[in-house]
Each structure stands twice: as structure tokens, then as C-alpha cells.
Design a protein around this ligand. Structure first.
Ligand SMILES: [Zn+2]
Length: 216
């Protein structure tokens, strides 16, 4: 696809979650980048959809930004079609497990069908006409509610445990969150739309243990 068209398509998909979309370099994943994404994300997709994944279309693009970030949305009217946007730095520099952690969390939002982007803007708009939903009003279109973040962590813990058949991958997520808490360089944009990682570790470790017990 033509470069300008490609950017226009991805910016339309993610317009409300990408503040710098107009100037961002969005491009197709190179073969090596594609391989890393598939290695990290394939097992999660399989954990969610099993043999149905043959029917899932995962559109992937890379954004050339020197930060670590991942965005994911479920495409409407197709139960497992996804659009996935990853920063080049996240693919090139994160360990496979850290990349899988980020993908698992974002996939957790999709898995739990949290509204994002345009759908989220509509949700906020409709909350304005209702009453007693001011907490929704305060939610930026870029951010999920704290409750949704917990749900996404739980879904990620479930998918990672199914994918790994042990809770090693799940507990690895807690390690990644601790690493982020220790060195926030390059995580600014990601942190701006997520709860502090150090506050998520305790609950996550408990969830990993619960998921391990559910395995058999
Ligand atoms: Zn989240």
C-alpha cells in the first residue's frame, strides 16, 4: 500500500489514541519485525481463539518512534480481526517476554471488549447525556478506567498462562512491570495511559497464581 495511504488508514484507525499521528512515520513491518511480533503475539492469539485463529486477520504496522508502546484495537464485525500498531523501538529493543507482556495487556483490553478510539469517544459523549456517570466523563479518550486496566491485566494473565501452560509468562509480566518502575526512560507515553506499574504487581502475582491453579 502507498505510504501516504498507509499512514492515513492507520491514523484513522487510531486517531484518538495517537496524539502525533499527523507527523508520525507509520509503515509496514519489515520481515524481521514481523517475525518478532508473530513470535510474541501468536501464542496469545491462539490462547484466545484456538484453531479459529486461521480466520483471524491481524493487520500490523510499525510507527517509528524512539519509545516503547503498543496500540491494539479489535476491528468491528469480525470476532478476531485486529489492528496492531507497535513502535519500532519496542520491537527492536525489548526482550521477547517484555514485548509479549505489552501485547498481552493491550490484547486483554480487546479480549474484554473495552471501547477505544472513536467508540470510546462515543461512550464519553453518551455519558454526558446521562446522569450519575461522571466518572466516565472524566476518562480521557486515551485512557481506560482503573477498573478496565485491572480487567486487562487479568485477561492478560489468563492468556499468558494458557499460552505458556505454566505461570512463567504471567509472572514475567510482573517482572516487566517492576523493570518499568525502575527505569521509566522511553516509557513516558505508555505510562501516561496506564496505572503505575509498581501498583499492579501485587494483584498481578495473585492473579498469576489463581490462573495456574485453573490450568488443570
Ligand atoms: Zn491498559
Amino acid at each position: 500500500m502507498d505510504h501516504v495511504l498507509l499512514r492515513a488508514r492507520w491514523c484513522a484507525l487510531f486517531a484518538l489514541v495517537l496524539t502525533s499521528c499527523a507527523s508520525a512515520e507509520v509503515r509496514n513491518a519489515r520481515p524481521e519485525e514481523r517475525r518478532r511480533i508473530i513470535e510474541a503475539f501468536g501464542p496469545l492469539l491462539y490462547a484466545a481463539h484456538g484453531s479459529q485463529i486461521e480466520r483471524c486477520r491481524v493487520d500490523t504496522a510499525v510507527i517509528d518512534e524512539p519509545t516503547y508502546n503498543v496500540w491494539m484495537i479489535g476491528l468491528p464485525d469480525a470476532p478476531c480481526d485486529l489492528a496492531l500498531l507497535v513502535t519500532a523501538s519496542a520491537i527492536a529493543q525489548l526482550t521477547p517476554r517484555a514485548l509479549q507482556t505489552l501485547l498481552a495487556h493491550e490484547f486483554g483490553h480487546v479480549y474484554r471488549q473495552h471501547a477505544i478510539g472513536r467508540a470510546r469517544a462515543r461512550e464519553i459523549l453518551s455519558a454526558r447525556t446521562g446522569s450519575g456517570q461522571r466518572s466516565v466523563l472524566r476518562t480521557s479518550h486515551e485512557q481506560f478506567t482503573p477498573e478496565e486496566e485491572v480487567q486487562a491485566d487479568e485477561a492478560a494473565a489468563h492468556l499468558l498462562t494458557v499460552a505458556w501452560r505454566t505461570n512463567v509468562g504471567c509472572l514475567g509480566t510482573a517482572d516487566v512491570y517492576e523493570d518499568i518502575a525502575r527505569d521509566r526512560t522511553l516509557w513516558g507515553a505508555w505510562l501516561s495511559r496506564h496505572p503505575l506499574p509498581e501498583r499492579r504487581v501485587g494483584a498481578l502475582v495473585n492473579t498469576c497464581e489463581r490462573e495456574r491453579r485453573r490450568l488443570r
